[in-house]
Design a protein around this ligand. Structure first.
Ligand code: SF4
Length: 217
């Protein structure tokens, strides 16, 4: 993401209802041609915790709701494990229209949709974002974050938001025990950051910089 959504002047944001109306009639990328419904984000628009998935799947496209179906059940279960409900968090995707045959969204589709994602982040102002999948993590961090090395790590993005990359719930639905275990762990990590029980991404970055300057001295 090239601009920091947290630094956007709130006066320049579209009102939330307008943002939703614009999205529901949007034709800014080719995905509008194959969608059944626009899958606008859902949940608490003042949430401290945001989840960003890659793209709506078949259930989401049919219902118009993010994280519907089996992937949503996994998210709901792991939220329940840490005492949270879907109503207390905000969930959205990199794009709001389902790519044909469930393929991944392309770079130009993600780019076209970026104003909607950025404005949602700017409105919600989350303290922690859990990124479902390497593509989402890379878009939010602005650099590649290979999951096999950094799933569950805490990064600082947008000057103060903790980004936690993890696997996609759809991988867990398809039987990946590694994805299932990681998602459960990383939802718990997000809650621990919110509760102040472990360091934020910004704290960890400051510690790393302090260590670096000590070793340079
Ligand atoms: S994915 Fe986003 S940019 Fe593309 S048509 Fe849907 S709402 Fe518009």
């Amino acid at each position: 993401m090239s601009t920091n959504p947290m630094s956007v002047d709130p006066a320049r944001l579209r009102p939330w209802k307008q943002l939703e109306r614009d999205a529901r009639s949007c034709t800014d990328c080719r995905l509008w041609e194959s969608r059944s419904k626009v899958v606008f984000g859902e949940g608490d628009v003042d949430a401290d915790l945001m989840f960003v998935g890659e793209a709506p799947g078949r259930s989401e496209d049919l219902t118009g709701r993010p994280f519907a179906g089996a992937a949503g059940n996994i998210l709901d279960n792991f939220l329940g494990d840490v005492g949270l409900t879907r109503d207390e968090v905000y969930v959205t995707d990199l794009v709001m229209c389902r790519p044909p045959q469930g393929r991944r969204p392309s770079a130009d589709e993600i780019e076209a949709h970026m104003p909607y994602l950025a404005e949602q982040i700017a409105h919600v102002r989350p303290r922690v974002i859990v990124a479902f999948g390497e593509l989402v993590a890379a878009v939010l961090a602005g650099r590649p974050l290979p999951l096999e090395r950094v799933a569950g790590y805490r990064f600082d993005v947008f000057d103060g938001v903790t980004l936690i990359p993890t696997y996609r719930p759809t991988e867990a639905v398809k039987g990946s025990a590694r994805a299932l275990t990681a998602i459960k762990r990383d939802v718990a990590t997000a809650k621990a950051v919110l509760d102040g029980r472990i360091a934020t991404g910004a704290d960890l970055l400051a510690e790393a910089r302090a260590r670096q300057s000590q070793s340079d001295a």
